[in-house]
Structure formats: structure tokens, C-alpha cells
Design a protein around this ligand. Structure first.
Ligand code: FA5
Length: 338
């Protein structure tokens, strides 16, 4: 091999290696370049060194001198790059993390107390043989009033007691409102199937009630309906008592008070004893024959009972919540307890 060619190879190697090393900032890239040029087995420097043996004996001193110069230049560039990479490493990671410190605790979210209550109520009523149905929240007067034996001039239809949907009425010409009770689902179920019917329906209802400790303009009700041959008031009381003791415990005090609803006859109000007084949880009664007629059931053949309970008040009684508004403030400090 000619001396010229050998020196040219060394020049090229120096230019390339020093150029690459001077751009290096981190340890991983440095190691790659080290292997490429200075690797013991097939690094480019090693290859050039091997070809020194092919020089004429008279050219070797000059070739060897240049070889050492290039070797020192590359070594110097390498050392510099190594310095830079180690400075960079301290800068980006900062002080070493302490692996013995406990990790940051991640809080898990969970289901809202009312949703938990709804699931629990479904489970209890399921064990008593009631299946679950649903109905729409936007209703028409037939299902919210007429079929429930609430005539046109009844105060329950007053705009002050209901959320009528003006835009829907203007656009379609028919009256629509947010349902004020889940009793609407009784009608929808009986219209769509023949007895025996044994269902519950849980969902939101809306009333322009002023919010206080026991009232909210949006709340949930659990409606129950059992229609068959020979269903009696005694069964209604048994079912509600069984339900109450399952959900609130064996020592719960429950009271049935005579009352009036247009869609049941006779009607009762259901109270639970709570913190030294009776609190109303719902209404119930034997399905009025007019309602059975409205859905095409023969009241001479079938009888039934229905009830509607406030879900929030049940949840509150079980979990000792004294203000219904706490359930809807979305304050995680409160919600976390459930
Ligand atoms: C009714 O809504 C009847 N549909 C119940 C019924 C069903 C009777 C089937 C007979 C047969 P009432 O308006 O009383 O009844 O409401 C029932 C329960 O809903 C109340 O006892 C109470 O627990 C709850 N409730 C009523 N208004 C509110 C409110 N603004 N906020 C929270 N809960 C309420």
C-alpha cells in the first residue's frame, strides 16, 4: 500500500470521527460512536491500523507517526464528548430519586350514592319477584295525568306544579312535560302487556319544588306495580314492610297513613320513623278501577297495588344524610364517604 493512500485514509477517519464526536451530547450516542470507530474487533481505527502492515518498510515510520497523531486527536475528541455527556446526565435527572419513598396515592372515583341506592333497591325488589322496567322522562298528559285518573281541572296539572315544555308544544302542537312522578310507567307497562304484571321502575322525576333539606326539584322515585287476580292490600303492606326491613334493617318502624291519590283507592302514605319523628317516604294504594279501565284491564277480574317511594329519602335514611342538597352539590369530600 502506498504511504499517500494510507495517510489519506487516516485523514478521512480523523475528519469523520472528530466531527461526529464533537456533536455528541449524551452517553448512549457516545457509546455508539465509540464502537463504530474505536471498537476492539471491527472499529474503523482498528481496520486502518491493520493496513499499516501493508506499507513498505521505509514508509512505516512516517505512517506510524501520522497514525499516532490521528489516534491522539480522536482520543481527545472522545474525552471531550464524554465530559459533555456526563454533565448532561446530571443536568437532566437532577438529584437521584429516593426509591424508598412511598408513591403518590391515586384516588379511585366511584359510583354516585343515588346510583348505588338504585342498584341496591333493584336487587332487593328482584328478590321479591319484581322485574325492572323503564319509561321516558319527557311525557305526555295522557300518561302523566289522564290515564292516572287525574282530570283536566285537577290541581296536580297546574303549571305551577309541573315543568311543561313550551318549545316542544310550540313546535309539535302537542303538550309535553317532564314527568312529575314515575306512576307514568304503570300506564306504559299495562298498555303494553296483559296481567300478571309485577314490576318496579326507578328514575328521575321533576317538580318545581323549592329546594330544602328534604326537597329537590329533580329527584328519583321507585314505582312498584303488581296486578293479578286476587292481589290485596295485605300484600301491599307485606311487600313494603319486607322491602323496608331489607333496606333499612330489621328494627325499622314503618307506618301506613290513610291518604288520597286519584289513581289508587284506598290510598295510603308510607312513613318511616327517623330521628324522633315520622318522615314521609312515599304513597301507595290499590290501583283504582278507572286506571285499570283506561289501559283495557277488566277491574272485575284483576286487582293490583302500586307504590311510589322517594329514592333520595331512602338513601338519606340509610346513610344518615340530613340534607338532600348534599347529594347534588358534587362535593367530593361528601361523596367520598359512600
Ligand atoms: C307520588 O308521586 C305518587 N305517584 C306516589 C304513588 C305511587 C301513590 C303509586 C300511589 C300509587 P308523592 O307526590 O307523595 O306521590 O311523592 C312520593 C314521594 O316522593 C314522597 O313521599 C317523597 O319521598 C318523594 N318526594 C316528593 N317530592 C319530592 C322532592 N321535591 N324532593 C325529594 N323527594 C320528593
Amino acid at each position: 500500500m502506498e504511504l499517500n493512500e494510507f495517510v489519506h485514509q487516516l485523514d478521512e477517519l480523523e475528519k469523520q470521527a472528530v466531527g461526529e464526536l464533537s456533536a455528541i451530547q449524551d452517553a448512549a450516542a457516545l457509546e455508539e460512536v465509540r464502537i463504530k470507530y474505536l471498537g476492539a474487533k471491527s472499529g474503523q481505527f482498528k481496520n486502518v491500523q491493520k493496513s499499516m502492515g501493508a506499507l513498505a518498510a521505509t514508509d512505516r515510520p512516517a505512517g506510524g507517526k501520522r497514525f499516532n497523531e490521528v489516534k491522539n486527536a480522536i482520543q481527545a475528541a472522545f474525552d471531550e464528548a464524554q465530559n459533555r455527556a456526563s454533565q448532561q446526565a446530571t443536568k437532566s435527572t437532577g438529584p437521584m430519586a429516593d426509591p424508598t419513598l412511598p408513591g403518590a396515592r391515586i384516588r379511585l372515583g366511584h359510583v354516585h350514592p343515588i346510583t348505588q341506592t338504585i342498584e341496591h333497591l333493584k336487587e332487593i325488589m328482584g328478590r321479591l319477584g319484581f322485574s325492572v322496567t323503564e319509561g321516558p322522562e319527557v311525557e305526555d298528559p295522557w300518561h302523566n295525568f289522564v290515564a292516572l285518573n287525574i282530570p283536566d281541572d285537577h290541581p296536580a296539572r297546574d303549571p305551577l306544579d309541573n315543568f311543561y315544555l313550551k318549545t316542544a308544544e310550540k313546535n309539535s302542537g302537542v303538550t309535553r312535560l317532564l314527568r312529575s312522578q314515575t306512576s307514568t310507567v304503570q300506564i306504559r307497562v299495562m298498555e303494553s302487556r296483559q296481567p300478571p304484571v309485577r314490576i318496579i321502575s326507578l328514575g328521575r322525576v321533576y317538580r318545581p319544588d323549592e329546594a330544602d333539606a328534604t326537597h329537590f326539584p329533580m329527584f328519583h322515585q321507585m314505582e312498584g306495580l303488581w296486578v293479578d287476580r286476587g292481589v290485596t292490600m295485605a300484600q301491599l303492606k307485606s311487600v313494603l314492610r319486607l322491602f323496608a326491613t331489607s333496606y333499612l334493617g330489621g328494627d325499622v318502624n314503618i307506618r301506613f297513613r290513610p291518604s288520597f291519590f286519584p289513581f289508587t283507592e284506598p290510598s295510603v302514605e308510607v312513613d318511616f320513623w327517623w330521628a324522633g319523628r315520622w318522615i314521609e317516604f312515599g304513597g301507595a294504594g290499590m290501583v283504582d278501577p278507572n286506571v285499570l279501565n283506561a289501559v283495557g284491564y277488566d277491574p272485575e277480574v284483576y286487582t293490583g297495588f302500586a307504590f311510589g317511594l322517594g329514592v333520595e329519602r331512602l338513601c338519606m335514611r340509610r346513610h344518615q344524610v340530613t340534607d338532600i342538597r348534599d347529594l347534588y352539590r358534587n362535593d367530593v369530600r361528601f361523596l367520598r364517604q359512600f
